[in-house]
Ligand binder design. Structure first.
Ligand code: NCD
Length: 337
């Protein structure tokens, strides 16, 4: 049961629980009107100590679409943090007002700390360069809806693999499904942290390669996950300026890509995907935004105690294939969202 649990990083959810959230999200996409009362009378607090557009608004939209309400702040200066209040005290306070808290903080480990002082579920909406598990739910749902599976795929992670928390969470989650292979595309300065290689990929026997040029890798990929160079995590501006345009996906590079490539990006994009790519049917990053709201709806519903339509045991296969009978809503022919 997910009721009352915290979500700090993707490993907090079993494969069965991930499948269950994706199944519920897919049902919600198909029939959103069935879920309008699921969180009636409940409150979500969004505590954003770092800027956000999609994540905060999609949490709020998700709660509103479940019939619940929201409160919170979108910048630390609007909270008592600016008066020097500790995170622990802020969380103790907010957890007596709200039924669930989504929190983003620039410090790695902040969400874990918050969970130690909260009586209600804490959802990590990004802790520094560490993890971003609800972006991963978004990414998994998008991949499953488009590819029909989350295993047996070759995934290119491109850009800032060092500071990009979405990449760390996605690599961790996708390593748990059989047959996934990673191509890590970054400049030497922005390589994925060693712990992902040694403590995530190696124990799981995940195959990976590291390359410098996107052109070298793009032809072999099922998924290309582009990322923004994380300006706010750099110690000096010159390094950022030197590295910020390391990779730019444009129509010319897309000519080298397979016809069924799926291009994802957690957004916001800066320069790393030229706008000419947006009209390419393989560009899925704006569809991904929409899936993010449904993934968060399913998560909030479960954490606050909605027990309808739990995955049957045979859906908990963890094979990475979508089990027969599981909803894959948007692949229905002719239905475009
Ligand atoms: C990402 C984040 O905040 O880590 N954005 C998001 O939540 N969609 C990616 C980024 O900021 O580059």
């Amino acid at each position: 049961m997910l009721k009352g649990r915290h979500l700090i990083e993707p490993g907090d959810l079993s494969i069965g629980e991930l499948d269950d959230i994706m199944n519920l999200a897919a049902r919600m996409i198909g029939e959103p009107e069935r879920y309008l009362e699921v969180c009636r009378g409940k409150i979500l607090a969004t505590l954003f100590f770092e800027p956000s557009t999609r994540t905060r608004l999609s949490f709020e939209a998700a709660m509103l679409r479940l019939g619940g309400q929201t409160l919170g702040f979108a910048e630390p200066n609007a909270s008592s943090a600016s008066k020097g209040e500790s995170l622990a005290d802020t969380i103790r306070t907010v957890s007596s007002y709200a039924d669930v808290i989504a929190m983003r903080n620039p410090k790695e480990g902040a969400a874990l700390l918050a969970s130690q002082h909260s009586d209600v579920p804490i959802i990590n909406a990004g802790d520094g360069g560490h993890h971003h598990p609800t972006q991963t739910l978004t990414d998994l749902l998008t991949i499953r809806e488009i590819k029909g599976k989350v295993g047996g795929l070759t995934i290119g992670l491109c850009g800032d693999l060092k500071f990009g928390r979405t990449v760390h969470s996605l690599a961790k989650a996708m390593s748990r499904y059989p047959g996934n292979r990673f191509v890590l595309i970054s400049p030497p300065e922005l390589e994925i942290p060693d712990y992902i290689l040694s403590r995530v990929f190696k124990p799981a026997g995940v195959r990976f390669s590291q390359v410098r040029r996107l052109e070298e890798a793009i032809g072999d990929l099922d998924i290309l996950y582009m990322t923004r160079v994380q300006k706010e995590r750099f110690f000096n501006e010159q390094d950022y300026v030197r590295l910020k345009d390391s990779y730019i996906l444009d129509s010319k590079k897309m000519e080298l890509a397979p016809e069924d490539l799926c291009v994802l990006h957690p957004l916001p994009r800066v320069n790393e995907i030229a706008t000419e790519v947006d009209s390419d049917p393989r560009a899925a990053y704006f569809r991904q935004v929409k899936y993010g709201m449904y993934a968060r709806m399913a998560l909030i519903a479960r954490l606050t105690g909605y027990a309808g339509e739990m995955a049957a045991p045979d859906l908990k296969s963890g094979s990475g294939e979508v089990p027969a009978g599981a909803p894959v809503s948007l692949r229905r022919k002719g239905k475009k969202k």
